[in-house]
Design a protein around this ligand. Structure first.
Ligand SMILES: [Mg+2]
Length: 364
């Protein structure tokens, strides 16, 4: 089996809120590049990448240029292809930035091909630890909502059967510490004591602020506090992690494998969060999860639950899947949720098929 062709397409997907129907801002679009990688025996693997914003056109070209290097290669040899992509760009274009974003789409498509060629779902190929995994609602309880809106949205998530959900602090404007604490307390009040509540700061606090506010919200009982300060301030993160009993999560902003070594060695976080697009695809994502396992740390995923559910289910230290619904509308069907858990598909590869009408509608 050899790779024989590819097609990359730029999409603009509406940024709505299908989980709680409480969008912060109507009409915003998210640019994404999708890849179809084809083999000479008729298999098509799908890949996806994003985070390039105004450079998404460049990202699509980068995907095409790297995909061209895979023509004639055996798609099962993912490491050989990764080395070829790096060598093909002079061994110095990555890791990081457009190179890694483009590489991710290819690596994801290669694993989809591998699953389809072997007739196995991806989560089984990667280890198959579990066939259902916890998931949490994400993207609905954002910092721009009022307290009332946040409480209404939280109740809608409960009605949908979620048993874990994430909100945000570092509220807009110049909020007082009291406002920050009140926000998570009011969501806790809406959902009751038994629902697991995470809270994302998106790198917006200083370490000292994180320790101060973090201590004041310990009694709210957060499942984790996420990205409390700059992702590359490993020592600052470590101070926060040491000071709080609430677990600290982070890692979605790191590129490739090596920064996770720094983060884990510095004891910066209790829960590494691994983004598949910034990691470079399925292959490096699983290596980072294995590195965390060696340090007795759980791992969590970042966005794209329809793909990341495979990886969290595959590894023994996968904690929960972020159910961020950004891309769900691209596919005919995505994994279902039952009693707060995602059910792993039994179809080969990613188990995803593009909804061609949706793709046509979003193509730019
Ligand atoms: Mg986050």
């Amino acid at each position: 089996m050899k790779i024989s062709g590819f097609e990359a397409t730029t999409l603009a997907i509406p940024e709505d809120d299908p989980l709680a129907n409480m969008p912060e801002e109507d009409g915003r679009m998210r640019p994404v590049v999708i890849l179809r990688l084809r083999t000479d025996d008729g298999i098509e693997g799908i890949g996806i990448t994003f985070y390039a914003g105004a450079m998404t056109g460049s990202l699509r070209v980068a995907v095409e240029e790297l995909a061209a290097l895979t023509i004639g290669e055996d798609p099962l040899r993912v490491e050989r292809i990764a080395a070829k992509l790096m060598a093909g760009t002079g061994d110095s274009c990555g890791p990081g930035g457009i190179f890694t974003l483009a590489q991710s789409a290819i690596d994801i498509a290669l694993w989809d091909i591998k699953g389809k060629a072997l007739g196995q779902p991806l989560w089984k190929l990667l280890g198959g630890h579990r066939d259902r995994v916890p998931t949490y609602a994400s993207g609905a309880l954002r910092r721009g909502l009022s307290d009332d809106q946040a409480q209404t949205a939280a109740r809608r998530l409960l009605d949908k059967g979620f048993t874990q959900m994430k909100t945000q602090m570092a509220l807009p404007g110049n909020p007082s510490i009291r406002d920050e604490v009140r926000r998570v307390a009011c969501i806790r009040e809406a959902i009751g004591p038994d629902i697991q509540l995470m809270c994302d700061i998106n790198q917006r606090w200083r370490p000292e602020q994180a320790i101060d506010i973090g201590r004041r919200v310990e009694e709210v009982g957060l499942f984790w506090l996420e990205d409390v300060t700059r992702a590359d301030d490993y020592q600052g993160l470590a101070r926060v992690t040491a000071a709080l009993s609430t677990p600290i999560a982070g890692g979605e902003y790191l590129w490739g494998i090596e920064p996770f070594r720094q983060m884990i060695e510095a004891q910066s976080v209790d829960i590494p969060m691994i983004d598949i697009v910034r990691a470079g695809g399925v292959t490096p994502w699983m290596k980072i999860a294995g590195m965390a396992e060696a340090f007795n740390l759980p791992v969590v995923s970042h966005v794209m639950p329809e793909i990341l559910v495979h990886l969290i289910a595959a590894c023994p230290n996968g904690l929960t899947v972020e159910y961020m619904p950004w891309m769900l509308k691209l596919y005919e069907e995505t994994p279902t949720i039952e009693n707060g858990e995602m059910i792993l598909p039994t179809t080969p590869g990613l188990g995803l098929k593009f909804d061609e009408a949706a793709i046509a509608a979003f193509t730019v």
